[in-house]
Write a protein that binds this ligand. Structure first.
Ligand code: AMP
Length: 208
């Protein structure tokens, strides 16, 4: 199975991608994680990412292409790529658009802010928790590997505004592009929707 999960920051892409990867034995390819774990980033590139802006499309494409090339034998979920129409066009050059599912996780803006500003992540295993909605059993400690939980540098109110602006300006047109050129499916959530609700809807779309 090959799947692209789209949606604004805080829509639950990362959480759902992890659950789906586990259930269907897929490679979870998170462009944000690939950037954060890249030891070759310059200070300027780190500053771009920490401010919520985007590094150049060609750089992102090279990173994703290398990762896709390395897991040809396995199914995958792309989380966070493509984020611009140009990235989608670059991807089209190496993947047939009928060869993957595309699912858009839609969520209202107010909810995104609440979700992101309380988010705490594990630097070691990538698990994600939330101070109010999904707290770890022991404060500040990852339930899965026991490492310390931290706030991502870009998970704060001011940078969040930039990230959402970048999303609505640069990434929403990608949704429109896939609505026109592919079979994009949408899963909507509101404040009462749980992680399990979304996962169930995704399973139904993937028919497994
Ligand atoms: P994420 O972990 O998906 O929220 O991504 C964190 C940050 O990494 C984003 O705010 C961007 O600065 C950068 N980033 C991740 N994926 C991409 C992409 N496909 N294109 C451009 N920038 C990206």
């Amino acid at each position: 199975m090959h799947l692209i999960l789209m949606g604004p920051p805080g829509s639950g892409k990362g959480t759902q991608a992890k659950l789906l990867a586990k259930k269907y034995n897929l490679e979870h390819i998170s462009s944000g994680d690939l950037l954060r774990s890249n030891p070759n980033l310059t200070e300027d590139q780190k500053a771009v990412i920490n401010s919520g802006k985007f590094p150049p499309d060609e750089m992102m494409f090279d990173i994703i292409k290398a990762k896709l090339d390395s897991c040809k034998e396995k199914g995958w979920i792309l989380d966070g790529y493509p984020r611009t129409v140009n990235q989608a066009l670059l991807l089209k050059d190496i993947l047939d658009e009928g060869s993957f599912h595309i699912i858009y996780l839609d969520a209202c803006r107010d909810m995104l802010r609440k979700r992101i500003t309380g988010r705490i992540t594990c630097q070691n295993c990538g698990s994600v928790f939330h101070k109010n909605f999904a707290p770890p059993k022991e404060e500040g400690i990852c339930d899965n590997c026991g490492s310390e939980l931290t706030h991502r540098a870009d998970d704060n109110g001011k940078v969040l505004i930039n990230r959402l602006e970048m999303y609505y300006k640069m990434t929403e047109p990608v949704i429109q592009y896939y609505e026109k050129h592919a079979d994009l499916k949408t899963v909507k959530s509101d404040k009462d929707t749980t992680i399990e609700d979304v996962f169930e809807k995704l399973r139904k779309i993937l028919k497994k």
